[in-house]
Structures are given as C-alpha cells and as structure tokens.
Design a protein around this ligand. Structure first.
Ligand SMILES: [Fe+2]
Length: 193
C-alpha cells in the first residue's frame, strides 16, 4: 500500500501518516533540485533590464562569493529574486519563505527586506522615500542588508561582468537544503503500545 486510504483527515490512521511521511521525506530531500529548476525559470525575458533575472541572480551570487561572503550568504544572494515570476509585486517574501527553514534568521530578514532596502537606489523615481530603510537602522540585520543591496544586488546588472555559471553554486545550494529544516526533524512516531 503506497497511498493513504482516508478521504478526510478525521478518518486518518497512523498507517496512513506513515505512508505520507515516507513520501514527504523523499520530497523534502529533493527540494534543492526543484529550487534550482525554478531559478532557471528566470532566464529569458529581461523585463527591460540590461540582463535577465537569471543572470542577475548569478551575478549577485558571484559578487557575494568573490567578496568573501560565507556560503549561506552566497546562496541567499543566488535565490533572493526567485519569487519574481510568481509574485512580481511581493517577490522578497517568496525567497524569504523558501530560505527560512535553513538559514540564520538575520539572513532570512535580509532577504525579506532586500526589496525595500534596494529601493534606496530607485524609490525616488517612483515618488517614494529612498530613505525608507532608515526605519530599520537599529535592526541587527540592517548592516548586512545594506551591504547585500549596495555592494552586490544593485550592481548585478552588468552584461559584461564575469558572472560565474550555475554549476559553481549547485553544491552550495545542495548543502544548504540538506540541512534539517528549522533544526528539527519532524517524523511520524510509532503508535503507542
Ligand atoms: Fe536582485
């Protein structure tokens, strides 16, 4: 039996959840591959920018790596815009949610807020306050988020930059997503004796 038999959760049994859990563990272990597959959906349309979002993502990660950033930060840089195609008006939340189970909460905060912080460089063109990020000046992730945006993200639109290929980052992505989500393995327990 490879599928649960219930038609509603209130009828489910331990055996059902043991089956589901086995499927889930395999699904969970394959998340790095699916994330990388989705990242590649950002290839193609530049949406008017000098490079497409895929090149921009690789270039942001390249700049972070070449600046000596730690591996977790590099992966955050690679994936920071992965939500662009599904949530163009709220993309930072998508990347933050994908990364949250695996990264330092301050790095999750950095990715969640990078859209606002990056706005320092363009919000004025929309009649918005470019200094909006200053509301977070006392936050412990303020400095890293400014660095992320100012040194790597906002500079990563150069078609002539020596951007590293995805292959350089794949092992890093695999190592990050091999971490235990939220530091705790959730599995179906044996039924009480
Ligand atoms: Fe970006």
């Amino acid at each position: 039996m490879n599928q649960a038999r219930f038609t509603r959760f209130e009828e489910s049994t331990h055996a059902d959840w043991a089956i589901i859990d086995a499927h889930f563990q395999r699904y969970q272990n394959d998340v790095a591959r699916r994330v990388l597959e989705h990242l590649q959906r950002l290839r193609g349309d530049t949406h008017g920018y000098p490079v497409d979002r895929y090149t921009h993502s690789l270039q942001t990660a390249t700049r972070a790596l070449d600046a000596g950033a730690d591996e977790e930060t590099v992966v955050c840089a690679l994936l920071h815009d992965i939500g662009d195609d599904l949530a163009p008006a709220n993309h930072a939340e998508i990347a933050a949610a994908i990364l949250a189970p695996y990264v330092d909460p301050l790095n999750m905060w950095m990715i969640r807020h990078h859209e606002l912080f990056q706005g320092y460089h363009y919000r004025a063109f929309y009649g918005l306050d470019p200094q909006a990020r200053e509301a977070y000046r006392d936050h412990p992730a303020y400095a890293r988020t400014v660095r992320f945006c100012d040194e790597w993200d906002q500079r990563a639109f150069d078609p002539d930059y020596p951007t590293r290929p995805l292959e350089d980052f794949v092992p890093m992505v695999e190592r990050l997503f091999a971490r235990t989500p939220f530091g705790e393995t959730l599995t179906v327990k044996a039924p009480d004796a």
